[in-house]
Design a protein around this ligand. Structure first.
Ligand code: IMP
Ligand code: MG
Length: 185
C-alpha cells in the first residue's frame, strides 16, 4: 500500500475535533435514551472506530450488536445500492429501541436498505447516527437522526474509514487526492 502522505489532500477533522464532536453525540444520545434499554448496532467495518469511541462517551449502558453489509456491482468508490448482508444481528430487535451507527452516508442506498430490512422486525424505535454526511450526494431520502459532521463530495479516509481496505487506523479524517492515489495491486 502506498504511503498515505503521497495522496492525502487535506485533513478535514483532526483527532481533537473528532473527540469533541463524538463526546457531544454521546451526551445527546445518553440524554435521549435515558431510562430506555438501548441497542446500539455497529455497521461493520467502517463504523467500528466511531462506535467504540461513541460508547465510551455515553452515560447510559446500551447493549451492542453488529451487522456487516456490503454493496456490490458497479462503482469502485461509490455504492451501487445492491446491498448484501454478510453478517446479521444476533439480537431480536422486536420491541427494542435500536440506534444504527454508521461511518458515512453518501447516496443513502446502504442505509435505506438496512432500515427497510430492520423495520420489518418491528423495533420500538429505529434511529441512525452517522459520523459523516455527504448531503449533496444523496440519491435516496434517508432519515439521519444524529450527524457528526457534514463533509464535501470528496473521497475520505481515516478513523475507521478505508480506502481500498487501508488507512482505517489513522486518528484523523482526510480527503484523497485521486490524481496521486494508486490502487494497490
Ligand atoms: P451509500 O450507500 O452511497 O450511502 O454509501 C455508504 C457507504 O459507502 C459507507 O458506509 C461507506 O462504507 C462507503 N463510502 C461512501 N463514501 C465513502 C468515502 O468517502 N470513503 C470511504 N467509504 C465511503
Ligand atoms: Mg460503511
Amino acid at each position: 500500500m502506498q504511503d498515505y502522505h503521497e495522496f492525502l489532500d487535506e485533513i478535514l477533522m483532526d483527532e481533537q475535533a473528532i473527540e469533541k464532536r463524538v463526546s457531544e453525540l454521546g451526551a445527546q444520545i445518553s440524554k435521549d435514551y435515558d431510562g430506555k434499554n438501548l441497542l446500539v448496532v455497529c455497521l461493520l467495518r467502517g463504523g467500528i472506530t466511531f462506535t467504540a469511541d461513541l460508547l465510551r462517551h455515553m452515560s447510559i449502558d446500551p447493549e451492542v450488536d453488529c451487522m456487516s453489509l456490503s454493496s456490490y456491482g458497479v462503482g469502485r468508490y461509490a455504492s451501487s445500492g445492491n446491498v448484501r448482508v454478510n453478517l446479521d444481528l444476533r439480537t431480536n430487535i422486536e420491541g427494542r429501541h435500536v440506534l444504527l451507527v454508521e461511518d458515512i452516508v453518501d447516496s443513502g442506498r446502504t442505509l435505506a436498505h438496512v432500515l427497510n430490512m430492520l423495520r420489518t422486525r418491528d423495533p420500538a424505535s429505529l434511529r441512525v447516527c452517522v459520523l459523516l454526511d455527504k448531503k449533496m450526494r444523496r440519491e435516496v431520502p434517508v432519515q439521519v437522526d444524529y450527524v457528526g459532521f457534514d463533509v464535501p463530495d470528496k473521497y475520505v479516509f481515516g478513523y475507521g474509514i478505508d480506502i481500498d481496505e487501508h488507512c482505517r487506523y489513522l486518528p484523523f479524517i482526510a480527503t484523497v487526492d485521486l490524481k496521486k492515489y494508486r490502487k494497490p495491486e
